[in-house]
Design a protein around this ligand. Structure first.
Ligand code: ZN
Length: 150
């Protein structure tokens, strides 16, 4: 399990001194957990926010730069392919239920129906399973199965 870091440590990694700048980064898509003095970050996510990451849908082609998570509505989306962030998908399914996930003709792509999101300008409308780790795939499958049993 990855340890969480506090505001101060996150600001040190980002090389910023003001809490307002940190809040601006959160608006841009830096994931945080909790709020105020209780706000926490995952170190790997803070580092990925600076460096960017290789979107699995780039197929290794980073000539136009790396991807980063950007906020669309309340959710993080991949700047390259528009996929909703896997952790945000899991959170949304936990709070709204698995019926928000809709199939597509592609086995690696799913649509997601979020409240208040009518098009890509409002928020994410899809996700690609290529963005998921094995643990995240297991988690989302568990959530879907749980709902079918109940
Ligand atoms: Zn992507």
């Amino acid at each position: 399990m990855e340890e969480y870091i506090n505001n101060k440590k996150a600001m040190a990694i980002l090389g910023i001194k003001s809490l307002n700048t940190l809040k601006a980064k959160i608006k841009e898509g830096l994931k945080c957990y909790g709020d105020g003095a209780k706000r926490r970050f995952k170190e790997s996510e803070v580092k990925a926010f600076i460096d960017g990451f290789e979107c699995p849908r780039m197929n290794g082609n980073t000539q136009f730069g790396k991807a980063h998570w950007e906020m669309r509505g309340e959710w993080r989306c991949c700047s390259h392919c528009g996929s909703m962030n896997p952790d945000d998908v899991i959170e949304a399914v936990e709070s709204l239920g698995p019926q928000i996930i809709k199939g597509t003709t592609k086995f690696y792509k799913r649509y997601i129906e979020l409240p208040g999101v009518k098009n890509v300008g409002d928020g994410p409308i899809k996700f690609y399973t290529q963005h998921f780790t094995e643990d995240q795939i297991t988690k989302i499958n568990e959530l879907i199965k749980k709902e079918i049993k109940n």
